[in-house]
Design a protein around this ligand. Structure first.
Ligand code: NAD
Ligand code: ZN
Ligand code: ZN
Length: 390
């Protein structure tokens, strides 16, 4: 089968690889109908996350048709149309029982590697490093889905692939980021990043009752999509001081909650940008937490900083003084996707949201290398690429 594989920094290639087999009785094999590239894939593409190996199949946002099931798969049948959650979860450990699915204890065979870096290991993820399990990803014609009854949700025929594909990751991710803000009537929520995750965080903040949402980015087309499709106001951080502008917009109070939907590769304007990049390249700092610093600094006293953006390791100059003295709450995590499957499929079916608004490009899987470049460089007003195996 064809699959999009990682070969090093800025090097992905669509190559022929063996089709996956059922390895365990709770596995299913899914024939992929649509798959997408996530901002998290860009961190791998840029070579910033350790323990990738040449030939690893990328991708953790995918859906398709069940073509084979192991003997202990109970809920799924051959022919079912499903979306698959990006964290692989057993459904019965301490964390899965509490619906903290991305923290599953049983699905990362390389947990020891993650433990070295984080103290404990999160769940195994599709197509996302050997430290997180070395599982083959979904930018491929077929994928093995372990614990398929837990990780896949059946989709009714009347919804299109593009309406439901993002249940695999970024819609629940934006939604959990907003839910983590504990939104109260009248609240103003600021969202750093108008990428796909930021867009869903903004839309979700309104769904959860925010009065006002402010998106921050520098790409006019992304800010335009946010204004048009989510109802947010936007500010361009290249043409204003973010802190001053947010204070002006909130009567000096600051946003009630701040969402960092940028993560480890924040663009840092000016000379500080060169410094941050050099430091990250020399491994003196894992991430460029520029958006996070601003979010902590701007958040109103007693507010919440919600962090869906991915961070990798150890960072400097996080304003802990501001965090402590302003009594802020931090909420974060890889998304507990399976917890949101039912409710968010319901939101789509009820017409509260049509997640397809973020799709700007549709390409065959063979064009994955071109798609990575488009998405990375924001060429041709790219916000989200859907790849289709032929
Ligand atoms: P993306 O790269 O398309 O979007 C990031 C956006 O942030 C871009 O529009 C960029 O212009 C903007 N940006 C960069 N620097 C900024 C700054 N200093 N201030 C404001 N905006 C800035 O990616 P995405 O798909 O939207 O993903 C965003 C983040 O969410 C990534 O770190 C990704 O890894 C993470 N993510 C986390 C989870 C999770 O489970 N927690 C799931 C999916 C994605
Ligand atoms: Zn992702
Ligand atoms: Zn579990």
């Amino acid at each position: 089968m064809k699959a999009n594989c990682w070969y090093g920094k800025r090097d992905v290639q669509v190559v022929d690889v063996p089709e996956p087999d059922i390895l365990n009785s709770r596995d299913a094999i899914v024939k992929v109908s649509s798959t997408a590239i996530c901002g998290s894939d860009l961190h791998l593409y840029n070579g910033l996350v350790p323990t990738m190996e040449k030939g690893d199949i990328l991708g953790h946002e995918f859906m398709g048709e069940v073509v084979e099931t192991g003997s202990d798969v109970k809920k799924l049948r051959t022919g079912d149309r499903v979306v698959v959650a990006f964290p692989i979860s057993c459904g019965s450990c301490f964390f899965c029982r509490r619906e903290l699915f991305s923290l599953c204890e049983n699905t990362n065979p390389n947990a020891w590697m993650a433990q070295k870096l984080f103290g404990h290991s999160p769940a195994g993820l599709y197509g996302y490093t050997h430290m997180l399990g070395g599982f083959a990803g979904g930018q491929a014609e077929y994928v093995r889905v372990p614990f398929a009854d837990i990780g896949a949700i059946k989709i009714p025929e009347h919804l299109s692939d593009e309406q439901v594909l993002f249940l695999s990751d970024i819609f629940p991710t934006g939604y959990m980021a907003a839910e983590n803000c504990n939104i109260q009537p009248g609240d103003t929520i600021a969202v750093w990043g108008c990428g796909p995750v930021g867009q869903f965080a903004m839309k979700s903040a309104f769904l959860l009752g925010a009065e006002r949402v402010i998106g921050i980015d520098r790409f006019p087309y992304r800010m335009h999509i946010a204004r048009k499709n989510t109802g947010a106001e936007t500010i361009n951080y290249e043409s204003c001081d973010v802190y001053e502008t947010l204070m002006d917009m909130t009567g000096g109070l600051g946003p009630d909650a701040c969402i960092d939907a940028v993560g480890m590769e924040a663009h840092v304007p000016g000379m500080m940008g060169a410094y941050a990049r050099a430091k990250q390249a020399m491994m003196l700092e894992s991430d460029r937490p520029h958006a996070l610093r601003q979010a902590i600094f701007a958040c109103r006293k007693g507010g919440t900083v919600s962090i869906p953006g991915v961070y990798g390791g150890f960072d400097d100059k996080i304003p802990l003084g501001a965090l402590m003295n302003k009594a802020l709450t931090f909420k974060t995590g890889q998304t507990h996707v399976q917890h949101y499957f039912g409710p968010l499929l319901g939101r789509i079916s009820d017409g509260d949201i049509d997640p397809s608004f973020i799709v700007t490009h549709r390409l065959p899987l063979e064009d994955a290398p071109k798609a990575f470049e488009l998405f990375l460089n924001k060429q041709d007003d790219c916000l989200k690429v859907v790849l289709k195996p032929q």
